[in-house]
Design a protein around this ligand. Structure first.
Ligand code: DMJ
Length: 463
């Protein structure tokens, strides 16, 4: 039996026991957390766990989750939700559950939810705002986003799910909404070919020239290459945008430290900030899966770059006392791949480093990626496991753990799923047939032939 499966069972059992129906488990105080990201929707940990439980063959647990969705998932909420978070977790989770199991109930739920998200696109440009009231459909921008702007990683991380909503509903409106976003991004002038993180949904212009492969930018780039792969490599526009963005990233952001570590810096109006966020560590995997379709002379280069970034992210783990990585690490101020600010030292059970190990393992079968994954398992067990679940920690550089009392839903959906896949055979959710959304929910490649049906029925352990 795989260790990550036991970790999943432990996380799930405690969520079920102490926080059933709430969004996340608070493992120290043994209660549930609701928060304000999902507009009154509940059960984020259940929706995020459906596919993980299913592929692990945790049948009894999966059945409990399914029954909760059937009887208790109430989509008639009236609260303020993050369009991005509801999309990647709820829409993504329900879509994946439908495609893996064929249960019509998931399809009905996800189409009902998809419709509630459409009013967010009613802006002068069609670029959605970040927050939507799921009852009234009114939408607005985050208070913290400069000058009422929308965030690249939010409006740029809808494509995969919305194309599947159109597939399932037969209604082209979802695809039209995301294609309109892409059209604007294609047309607009880009500084040095880069995509800044803030855009006005009113004027369609960039609001600030801050570029990042980490937070605020990250999954936009991920969704370009994955849109191409999910279209069975027919979406040439996504392909062109992805490799164009990669060229600009390599020319402006990719750096090598004096100690020989390759990293992605952040860019503020031409000035580099030599910092890499944990979130940016997904890019090892992304560059890896994009390597094969790059120009023939660049394929090996992309694979090497993917391996180098993944190595750097591993270094951010090995250079800490706990062998877990900080939220952000820097390459200035004397150190390399270490957090220098107190406020960057935490680890909240994020998946990105392990995600890159999983992709790099699938692409190269270099045993070091499984070894690194195992190191992460041991560190999670030692520092994040508490009596009633897994918790984030406040400082990866100290052995006397201070826990943050939160078992994030993405730990169940992503971190444990990627660990499980890392130690499974490649034919469990093969990368030729499935694309993972940014919350690790698998969506099938859309093939314009009957092969589609076979792919969705295939390779799941519960058969
Ligand atoms: C997840 O919700 C997704 O991976 C998202 O793309 C980024 N943040 C978290 C995990 O760190």
């Amino acid at each position: 039996m795989q260790w990550p499966l036991l970790m999943m069972k432990f996380s799930w059992d405690n969520y079920k026991r102490y926080a059933w129906g709430k969004n996340e488990l608070r493992p120290l105080t043994r209660n549930g957390h609701i928060g304000n990201m999902f507009g009154g929707l509940r059960g984020a940990s259940i929706i995020d766990s459906l596919d993980t439980l299913y592929i692990m063959g945790l049948t009894e647990e999966y059945n409990d989750a399914k029954e909760w969705v059937q009887t208790s998932l109430d989509l008639n909420s009236n609260g303020e939700a993050s369009l991005f978070e509801v999309n990647i977790r709820y829409v993504g989770g329900l879509l994946a559950a439908y495609y893996l199991t064929g249960e019509e109930m998931y399809k009905n739920k996800v189409l009902e939810l998809g419709e509630k998200l459409l009013p967010a696109f009613n802006t002068p440009t069609g670029i959605p705002r970040g927050v939507i009231n799921l009852g009234s459909g009114t939408s607005w921008s985050w208070g913290w986003a400069s000058a009422g702007s929308s965030i690249l990683a939010e409006f740029g991380t809808l494509h995969l799910e919305f194309v599947h909503l159109s597939e399932l509903s037969g209604n082209p409106v979802y695809t039209e909404k995301v294609m309109n976003i892409r059209k604007l991004l294609n047309k607009i002038e880009k500084p040095h070919g880069l995509y800044p993180n803030f855009l006005s949904p009113v004027s369609g212009n960039w609001v600030q020239h801050h570029v990042s492969i980490g937070g605020l930018g990250d999954s936009f780039y991920e969704y370009l290459i994955k849109s191409y792969l999910m279209s069975d490599k027919t979406d040439g526009e996504a392909k062109k945008m992805y490799y164009g963005a990669m060229e600009a990233i390599e020319a402006n952001l990719v750096q090598k430290s004096p100690g020989g570590l390759t990293y992605m810096a952040e860019w503020r109006g031409g000035i580099l900030d030599h910092k890499m966020g944990h979130l940016a560590c997904f890019s090892g995997g992304m560059i890896g899966i994009g390597a094969d379709d790059g120009a023939p002379e660049k394929r090996q280069h992309f694979l090497d770059l993917a391996a180098e970034i993944t190595h750097t992210c591993h270094e951010s783990y090995t250079r800490s006392a706990t062998k877990l990585g900080p939220e952000a690490f820097r390459f200035d101020g004397g150190g390399e791949a270490t957090a220098t600010r107190l406020s960057d030292r935490y680890y909240i059970l994020r998946p990105e480093v392990i995600e890159s190990y999983m992709y790099m393992w699938r692409l190269t079968h270099d045993p070091k990626y499984r070894e690194w994954g195992w190191e992460a398992v041991e560190a999670l067990e030692q520092h994040c496991r508490v009596e009633s679940g897994f918790s984030g920690i406040r400082d990866v550089y100290t052995m006397t753990a201070s826990h943050d009392n939160m078992q994030q839903s993405f730990f169940l959906s992503e971190t444990l799923k990627y660990l499980y896949l890392l130690f499974s055979d490649d034919d469990l959710l093969p990368l030729e047939d499935w694309v993972f959304n940014t919350e690790a929910h698998p969506l099938p490649v859309i093939r314009r032939s009957c092969a589609q049906d076979e792919a969705t029925q295939d390779k799941t352990s519960s058969e």
